[in-house]
Structure formats: structure tokens, C-alpha cells
Design a protein around this ligand. Structure first.
Ligand code: ZN
Ligand code: ZN
Length: 315
């Protein structure tokens, strides 16, 4: 009888140990995934310029001469039929741009950011710091919910105070030129005043206020490009992106069936990488994340399993 009792208690202790080492718990899920880094690419740098509410047909020689010249005369991928999410609000689209998945996964379906699934589908900035914790990232935005709900969890620097577009520009120049407040490798910035001008006066090439604001943001982009070009001359290897979340019609952008709304702009510029041909590959919001990670030589099995996008860089 004593032997049976001994056997039973040994069995019970063994079961407890097995339960304590449950192989299905979350931590082992993480350890099944790997991140690898290409040492020849990890020191590269990226600037992503987000312009809210950019209607594609307003990008032309007169409204946006700098961006127009960039597309015509530099090595770029450019798409004026860049595909917005099925809900053409800012929240779903910036979420897709910054996570690399469509809205059915990140679950941001409006501008309230309620019920987001960022814990499962974090910003791609998460994979940059996971790959190399010395890489520093920043997110400077006019529309604060982007940082409040999404980027403050993943960027090293993501201020939460309201700033206007010219202050976004000054903050970004301060980061690029003075490493103030930190020395950054990957920067996302967001200008909101083109969208605000569209809501106030109309999203159209026939509306002078909208054209003037597009022209101002074109010159902001030109100023930042100048800084990037100087850095390239000093040996830094930068990728520049310009992307928008949706277009507009009249004074709104709610009709997701309208091509002036559900199509917008995406441009990627680099002196030498080989991009997909603009004629033949139609980018979506989910492509920004995979492209940035590819450019930086970061391969995450978890991100690759999750993302809905494709890198527009071929080599
Ligand atoms: Zn928007
Ligand atoms: Zn809007």
C-alpha cells in the first residue's frame, strides 16, 4: 500500500512539471519565429513622408513640380493608382501603411482606433528594433492619433503634443540635421493640412486652396529631399518614400467606390535599387512595411507570415 501511494504522488508531481512546461504557451510561440539581418543593408536609412488626403490627379507639373520632377528624372517606383483600404478613412489606411497588413487583420475600421489588433499585428517598426536594438526610429505626426494609438508603442521617439505641418517639417529637419533629440535611422512623418484643406474647400485640382496646399507640401518634400541628398553625398544610404492614405471628392472621402478617393499616390526613390516597374505592379497600403524591411535587410518569419504586402524592391 505504501508503494502505491509513493508511485501515485510521484506521478502527480511529474504531471505538475509537465503542465508547468506547457509547450503551447505564448513564449514558445515567439521562440518559433526568427529574425535575420543582412549586415550589408542594416545600416541603411529610410524617410517616409506621409501626406494625408492626396488626390492623385493633383500631382502634376504645376501643383507639385518637385514630386513630378522626382518621378520623371530619378530612379523611382511611382503609382498614382495606389490602392487604399476598403474603408477610406485615415485610421484604417495609416494603420495598414504602418503595419503591413490590411484592415481585416489590424482591425482599425474608423478614426477611433477602438478594438485594434496591434498586439498581433504591430507596426513594422517593432521588427526593426527586434532585429537590431541600436536602430532608432521616430514618428512625427500632425494627426496625433497615429502616435497615441499606434506608433508610441513602437518608435523610439513619437511626440504626442499637437503640431502643425510646418512644425512637423521643423521637427524632422532637426532630427535629420542635428540628431535632435535622437540620432534616427528610420523616420515616419505625417502632414495633415492637405486633408484639412480638402474638407474645408474641396479635394480638387480646380480648388485653388487645395492646389496651393499641395504646392506647399511639395516644397516641404523638396526641402527634405535636399537634406537626404546631402546625406547620400556623405555616404549615408537613404530610401525616400512619399505616400498618402486616400484621395477625396467634394469635401469628403467617405465613398470607397470612387476612384478619386480609393486611389492615391505612392512614390519610392533611391539612387540605385531596382524597383518594380510602375506600369505593371499596383501597390497597396500593405506594401510599405515589407519594402522598408527588405531595404534594411531584415527578414522576420513572423512578419512574413502576417503581412499582406510585397516589397517593391527587386534586389
Ligand atoms: Zn486621411
Ligand atoms: Zn479627412
Amino acid at each position: 500500500m505504501r508503494n502505491y501511494r509513493y508511485l501515485f504522488s510521484s506521478f502527480f508531481i511529474a504531471m505538475l512539471l509537465i503542465l508547468a512546461c506547457d509547450p503551447d504557451d505564448d513564449s514558445s510561440d515567439e521562440t518559433n519565429h526568427t529574425i535575420t539581418v543582412d549586415d550589408t543593408k542594416i545600416d541603411r536609412k529610410v524617410l517616409i513622408i506621409g501626406i494625408d488626403g492626396f488626390r492623385s490627379d493633383v500631382m502634376n507639373l504645376t501643383s507639385t513640380p518637385f514630386i513630378n520632377d522626382l518621378i520623371q528624372n530619378k530612379n523611382t517606383y511611382s503609382n498614382i493608382n495606389h490602392i487604399a483600404e476598403g474603408i477610406t478613412y485615415s485610421g484604417p489606411n495609416w494603420s495598414s501603411i504602418l503595419t503591413g497588413v490590411h484592415m481585416d487583420k489590424h482591425n482599425v475600421l474608423n478614426n477611433d482606433f477602438d478594438n485594434d489588433n496591434y498586439s498581433e499585428y504591430p507596426s513594422f517598426f517593432h521588427y526593426i528594433s527586434s532585429a537590431d536594438s541600436s536602430k532608432k526610429t521616430a514618428s512625427i505626426v500632425n494627426w496625433i492619433p497615429i502616435n497615441t494609438y499606434l506608433m508610441s508603442d513602437y518608435a523610439d521617439y513619437a511626440p504626442l503634443n499637437y503640431i502643425n505641418d510646418s512644425e512637423v517639417l521643423e521637427h524632422t529637419k532637426n532630427l535629420l540635421l542635428n540628431d535632435n533629440p535622437i540620432n534616427t535611422d528610420v523616420i515616419f512623418i505625417h502632414f495633415d493640412e492637405l486633408d484639412a484643406t480638402g474638407h474645408a474647400h474641396g479635394f480638387s485640382g480646380d480648388v485653388q486652396e487645395y492646389v496651393d496646399k499641395a504646392n506647399q507640401l511639395d516644397s516641404y518634400t523638396s526641402e527634405l529631399y535636399e537634406i537626404i541628398q546631402n546625406k547620400r553625398l556623405n555616404g549615408e544610404d537613404w530610401l525616400l518614400m512619399v505616400v498618402s492614405d486616400h484621395g477625396g471628392e467634394g469635401t469628403s472621402h467617405g465613398d470607397a467606390n470612387n476612384p478619386n478617393i480609393n486611389r492615391t499616390i505612392f512614390i519610392s526613390e533611391h539612387p540605385s535599387v531596382e524597383f518594380q516597374a510602375g506600369c505593371c505592379y499596383f501597390s497597396s497600403q500593405a506594401d510599405i512595411g515589407p519594402t522598408v524591411l527588405n531595404f534594411l535587410g531584415i527578414t522576420s518569419t513572423k512578419f512574413d507570415e502576417s503581412t499582406d504586402g510585397y516589397s517593391i524592391i527587386l534586389n
